[in-house]
Structure formats: structure tokens, C-alpha cells
Design a protein around this ligand. Structure first.
Ligand code: AMP
Length: 457
């Protein structure tokens, strides 16, 4: 998973991009990069680390020009490598171009094998490079046509921002798996994964880039086209459940309000009548826990505190410290929990290991009972479209019943939201435009070799 940002036509393009990436930091903490354009050339910086670690005043000053694109990359298991940091930049017969990608392709391995057999040399192992190689091979002349020709050959999730010395181009795949929005900052055009980035840079939200839409921004303004065959949209419902920032408006609805609605529906479906307190696993469980409290009438309180000084980039130190794990991130408030029968609301269970530690921590703080409630259905299927949910056998709900999971995480009871409840909370009429494969196994694209689907961003 990743966050992308772009701006065209602003005297402080790289500074604004820096701010935009800050707002999107929750979408990726592994690496950060910005490429600016000054009409003649491109200037790039990308490194491992958080946005504020990678960029200082000096680095930003070197990124001259009135347009810029940026990328933050999510840490996918094992492939934490500088060579995969984006935006990618390349020089080929068509000129200089940079690209930032959010999403995973599902046919990247087949295409890559074919390209390598034809002599292509890849620098990293991200899907994005496949797109670039396909563009480089195109015989058509204009960049936007090369992009279309390349993207017609790839299948999967891509929200992309391209940049040349004189243009910024945004594209969203025909399924619309990953978000991408358009904003205006006075004369400038802004593209971003989420509206929270527009808010931070004080840009006005214009609209979503539609599934299958390409926008070309240059001296002549903004042109839009829909060059791909239309398919049934498949917006990622897990963006609502976990990934997006709560203050964003995603796919046209408030993330915060949707999460609260998930919690309200959860309280109707999986009540915990004996409980006397609702708490959230912060930060992701907070809106749903408030919704749960509203419907159940059980008071909400803060029973877990999250440390803001432990990022996901935290490099686990020596063995003797490692087992403290979740305690570094979360601590329990004894005064709130002691003697209480507690409903604990979290957004999802993936492997179950964190949930087990959290339940044990709450019990160790004196809670009499722990009733774990999850504001999404059981995650049973891996995501091939950009969310880092692991191979099937690592998903606890793929191989264990709800009762078995409750026993494993040591909860007195466990309840998940139903798929129907999720549909209702997201808004029934729109439900058919979402991808819910992680809960149902209903993948809407062909998959070349499920276990082999590779990781991009
Ligand atoms: P676990 O009990 O180990 O499965 O961890 C569950 C926690 O992981 C929940 O609090 C979720 O908010 C969080 N989570 C869910 N999906 C992801 C993801 N793709 N990346 C990182 N954390 C996630």
C-alpha cells in the first residue's frame, strides 16, 4: 500500500508535496520520495524512512520547479529495499518521466517474465517498473498514448501519477481499487490519494478521479479521458475499515462516519449484554467503538493509550527487548479497566497475534471479562490489490472458526460484523461497486497465480 501526491503549477511545488506526503504518511512508512519538474528536467530524492526523516529544508530547496509528485511506500513483509522507493524516474526514447504508484498488479509476473525474455533489465522488483518497460516499448509518440497502451496490458490495482518536465498525468484503474482525488490550490491542480492531503495544503476538493479515468494536466489546463474498457468498479472496502485516515472523504463518503456506522451495526449484530464498558484499540478502532457505544448504551471510555513515538518503521531490537512488542505501542489504563466487563472494539484481525497480546494486556490490567468485537467480517482471503494481508495460511480466520480464534486470543467472546452488515454500513446501493475479496474470496479480476502476486506499493 502507498500514498501518492502530485501538484502542477505552483511556485512551491516540492514544499507542498512534502506537506501532502506528511498527511499521507499513514499509507506508508517505509520510504518517501519527491520528484520535481522545472520545465526542462526532473529532480529526484527518495530514501528509506519517514517523510520528515528524508526531507529537510536543503533537500526540498534542491527540488526546483513548479510541479512535483511524491510517494510514501508501505512496508510489505520482507521487501524493504531502497531500490523500490518511488517515484521511479527514467530516461527513455520518449524523454524523462517519473511515476508514483499505489496498488498491486495481478499479472505483473507474467509480463515481467515476457519483458525479461525480450531483453528488458529491471532495477527493482516493484510492479511499477513493468508499466514503465511497457511504455518504453510503445511505438506511439505521445506520452499519454504510451501510458494508455501500457496500462491496457496490465491487470490489477493502480492509482498512478506520472510527471514529465512539462506535464502531470493522473490515472486510476478501471476497477478503481485505490482512491485518487483532484483538488485546486488557487491556479494549481493537485492530485492525492486522500482528501486529508488536500486539507493540509489548503487545496479545495474538486472530485474523485473516476475509475478508468486519465487526467492530463499541462499548460493548456486539464483534459480528461476514459481510455479503458469499462468494468464493474471494485473500490477497496478495506480502505474504509482500516486503511484510510478517518478525516478523509473516500469514494464520496466520510471515512469517520462510515467507521462509526460499522460500529453501530456491529452492536446490533454482536451485542455484549453483560458488559459495562466499551473501549477501542487505538487508533483504528476508535470511531467504531464510539458507534458501538451509541447503539448499545454501554459507556465508552479510554482503556488503552497509544504511544505516538513508535512508528511502524520501528526496527525491532535485540531479543530481550523484542518480546515487549505491543506494550511499546499500547498501554492499559488500570483505573478504567479494573473489575470491568469490557467490550474491546478493533477494526480487523489478520494473524491474531496482536489481538492476543492486547486481550492479555487488558486482563492483566484487571478487567473481569473481555468481549472482543471486530468492525469488519473475518479476513479470510489475501489481498492481491495492494493491502498487505499475508498468504492465506497466515490469516487466522482462513483456518480457524470464530470460537477457536476467541480461544486463541483468550477473549471471553468474539464477534465479527457480517458481510451484509458491512454492505449496509457502507451504503447498500453502492455496495456493488466495492471489492470485498478479503472477506469473501470474490476476486473481480483474473489472478495469474494467487500466491505469486507480487508486491508493489
Ligand atoms: P493481529 O491481531 O496480529 O491480526 O493484528 C490486528 C491489528 O492489525 C488490528 O488492530 C488492525 O488494525 C491491524 N491491521 C489490519 N490490517 C493491517 C495491515 N494491512 N497492515 C498493518 N496492520 C493491519
Amino acid at each position: 500500500m502507498c500514498g501518492i501526491f502530485g501538484i502542477y503549477g505552483h511556485p512551491e511545488a516540492s514544499n507542498i508535496t512534502y506537506l501532502g506526503l506528511h498527511a499521507l504518511q499513514h499509507r506508508g512508512q517505509e520510504s518517501a520520495g519527491i520528484v520535481s519538474a522545472d520545465g526542462r528536467g526532473l529532480h529526484a530524492r527518495r530514501e528509506m524512512g519517514l517523510v520528515q526523516e528524508v526531507f529537510g529544508a536543503r533537500e526540498l530547496e534542491a527540488l526546483a520547479g513548479s510541479s512535483a509528485i511524491g510517494h510514501v511506500r508501505y512496508s510489505t513483509a520482507g521487501v524493504s529495499q531502497a531500490k523500490n522507493a518511488q517515484p521511479l524516474t527514467m530516461q527513455y526514447s520518449g524523454g524523462k518521466v517519473a511515476v508514483a504508484h499505489n496498488g498491486n498488479l495481478v499479472n505483473a509476473q507474467t509480463l515481467r517474465a515476457r519483458l525479461e525474455a525480450e531483453g528488458a533489465i529491471f532495477a527493482g522488483d516493484s510492479d511499477t517498473e513493468v508499466i514503465v518497460h511497457l511504455m518504453a516499448r510503445s511505438r506511439v509518440r505521445r506520452l499519454e498514448d504510451q501510458i494508455v497502451e501500457a496500462l491496457r496490458q496490465v491487470v490489477g490495482a493502480y492509482s498512478l501519477i506520472f510527471e514529465t518536465p512539462t506535464q502531470v498525468i493522473g490515472v486510476r484503474d478501471p476497477y478503481g481499487f485505490r482512491p485518487l482525488v483532484l483538488g485546486r490550490l488557487r491556479e494549481a491542480y493537485v492530485l492525492a490519494s486522500e482528501t486529508t492531503a488536500l486539507d493540509l495544503v489548503e487545496a479545495e476538493y474538486v472530485r474523485e478521479i473516476e475509475p478508468g479515468e486519465m487526467v492530463v494536466i499541462d499548460d493548456g489546463g486539464l483534459r480528461s479521458c476514459k481510455p479503458f474498457e469499462a468494468v464493474r468498479p471494485a473500490r477497496c472496502v478495506f480502505e474504509y475499515v482500516y486503511f484510510a485516515k478517518p478525516d478523509s472523504v473516500l469514494f464520496g463518503s466520510s471515512v469517520y462516519e462510515t467507521r462509526k456506522a460499522l460500529g453501530r451495526q456491529l452492536a446490533r449484530e454482536q451485542p455484549a449484554p453483560t458488559a459495562d464498558l466499551v473501549i477501542a484499540v487505538p487508533d483504528s478502532g476508535v470511531p467504531a467503538a464510539i458507534g458501538f457505544s451509541q447503539v448499545s448504551g454501554i459507556p465508552y471510555d479510554v482503556g488503552l493509550i497509544r504511544s505516538h513515538y513508535v512508528g511502524r518503521t520501528f526496527i525491532e531490537p535485540q531479543q530481550s527487548i523484542r518480546h515487549f512488542g505491543v506494550k511499546l505501542k499500547l498501554s492499559a489504563v488500570r483505573e478504567v479497566l479494573r473489575g470491568k466487563k469490557v467490550v474491546v472494539v478493533d477494526d480487523s484481525i489478520v494473524r491474531g497475534t496482536t489481538s492476543r497480546k492486547i486481550v492479555k494486556m487488558i486482563k492483566a490490567a484487571g478487567a473481569a471479562e473481555v468481549h472482543l468485537r471486530i468492525s469488519s467480517p473475518a479476513t479470510r482471503w489475501p489481498c492481491y490489490y495492494g493491502i498487505d494481508t499475508p498468504v492465506r495460511q497466515d490469516l487466522i480466520a482462513a483456518t480457524h472458526s470464530t470460537d477457536e480464534i476467541a480461544t486463541y486470543v483468550t477473549a471471553d467472546s468474539l464477534g465479527y460484523l457480517s458481510v451484509e452488515g458491512l454492505a449496509q454500513a457502507v451504503g447498500d446501493p453502492a455496495w456493488n461497486s466495492y471489492c470485498n475479496a478479503c472477506f469473501t474470496g470474490n476476486y473481480l479480476t483474473p489472478l495469474e497465480s494467487p500466491q505469486a502476486a507480487s508486491a508493489a506499493g
